[in-house]
Ligand binder design. Structure first.
Ligand code: HEM
Length: 420
């Protein structure tokens, strides 16, 4: 098959990523609106050279993500974007994001209680509140301007995921470096392995220490639960699980939060609405994830000849679901391109859907909620410090969003704790 034409050999293949002009920083490529109507399931050539079916309608994306028997996760989430993520590479021990069925559920069962139960979230809230207050105090101490992404959301979400897993914040460089390689389109497979090695070596020591002497932390509880089960995890599996959580947990949330705040400040009346009516915050969190979750889309592989939205696809074909495009589908959401903190909706796909939907979604919701609560109350004058079109963007990475959000303010209200 010609690498550049579709399987009929007649039409030039479209290339991903679709062009995204600078003047619309708050949405996926405007081309998706046309594709959803004219070619909702269309063959494309991905940045890694992989050919795939690009799916952009809400109903079709939900169908693919919701049926793990027909659409396998064995490919990994982003082989279409990352050269190091060879979809044919054998699955490593503990690489649960690439597993299906019972093999996958063994992992999910043990990790979920650490990130999703009401008890765990209630314990996590005061920790996240303290982290957020501390970072706002740090902004106040540093002056009148900051990069909301680098100076605020990255430290906040890093501290949160460190706390969830049980890794000291001081050791964050290990998973930051690993994430930089995982989310980089320039890493090759050997470069990736080299970047992961220090994190894996560190986590191996941590796992061994917690096996001998369990603490009140996520790693220890996962180890204990696993030891009580019929099929305990090996050390390599535990290391890999912790690495996935650390790498998946901070920049996704930091970027969604930075992108969300950028949008709220660019449409400043939305920020003011949250300040005057904090009951809107839970809805605003969902709106941010609808608009900015899921980023560059997620891959699957077809397990048997079937159809997606009436288009035939064959066993072995790759599929890329364009989550952000689906969440802008007017069939699913009214005026989908409008960012509205008062929107009443459910069922967005920003955290994925079906079997593999985001493990950390309740943790992420909590982080976003606490940040919006504290920011709107303590920094009412928060505003952008640069023109919307000057805000730099990360591109060619699975986590798309601003690379920096310059902000400024007149005054930061001292924390309640500080006032006492
Ligand atoms: C706003 C922030 C976040 C967004 C938008 C997000 C988005 C997603 C999406 C779309 C998936 C689905 C992948 C798939 O179907 O293959 C996913 C999976 C995952 N997320 Fe998140 N995520 C966020 C925060 C977090 C946090 C805080 C954690 C850790 C506590 C986390 C851990 C994971 C893990 C481990 C998976 C893999 C699940 C699997 O393959 O079964 N995420 N995330």
């Amino acid at each position: 098959m010609d690498q550049h034409t579709d399987r009929t050999g007649t039409r030039e293949l479209m290339e991903l990523p679709l062009p995204r002009p600078r003047e619309c920083p708050f949405g996926p490529s405007p081309d998706y609106a046309r594709l959803r109507i004219e070619a909702p399931v269309v063959e494309v050539r991905c940045p890694t050279g992989m050919r795939a079916w690009l799916v952009s309608r809400y109903a079709d994306v939900r169908e693919v993500l919701g049926d793990s028997e027909r659409f396998s996760s064995r490919t990994g989430q982003v082989p279409h974007m990352m050269g190091h993520a060879d979809p044919a590479r054998p699955v490593r021990p503990g690489e649960f994001t690439r597993m299906d069925g019972a093999e996958y559920q063994r992992f999910r069962r043990h990790i979920s209680p650490e990130v999703g139960t009401p008890k765990r979230l209630a314990e996590l809230r005061p920790r996240i509140e303290a982290i957020v207050e501390e970072r706002i105090d740090a902004l106040a101490a540093a002056g009148r301007t900051a990069d909301f992404y680098g100076d605020f959301t990255v430290p906040v979400t890093t501290a949160a995921i460190s706390g969830v897993v049980g890794v000291p914040y001081a050791d964050r460089h290990l998973f930051h470096d690993a994430a930089a390689a995982v989310f980089s389109d320039v890493s090759s497979e050997p470069e990736m392995a080299a970047a992961m090695q220090p994190l894996h070596a560190y986590l191996y020591q941590l796992v061994r220490a917690r096996q001998e002497n369990p603490q009140d932390d996520g790693v220890s509880r996962i180890i204990v639960r696993s030891q009580e089960s019929n099929e305990p995890f090996s050390e390599m599996e535990l290391v890999s699980m912790c690495a996935v959580m650390l790498v998946a947990g901070f920049d996704t949330t930091a970027t969604a939060l930075a992108h969300g705040l950028f949008a709220l400040l660019a449409h400043r009346e939305q920020y003011t609405r949250l300040r005057t009516d904090p009951s809107l915050i839970p809805g605003a969190v969902e709106e941010i994830v609808r608009c900015f979750g899921g980023a560059a889309g997620i891959a699957r592989q077809v397990t048997r000849d079937t159809e997606i939205g009436g288009t035939p696809v064959s066993e072995g074909d790759y599929v890329v679901v364009a989550i952000q495009a689906a969440d802008r589908d007017p069939e699913a959401f009214d005026e989908p391109d409008r960012i509205d903190v008062g929107r009443r909706m459910s069922g967005h796909l920003g955290f994925g859907y079906g079997t593999h939907q985001c493990f950390g979604q309740q943790t992420a919701r909590l982080e976003l909620t606490v940040v919006l609560e504290k920011l709107t109350q303590r920094i009412p004058s928060l505003r952008l410090a640069s023109a919307v079109e000057d805000v730099p963007f990360k591109t060619h990475t699975p986590v798309i969003g601003p690379a920096a959000v310059p902000v400024t303010w007149d005054e930061i209200v001292p924390s309640e704790k500080g006032q006492r």
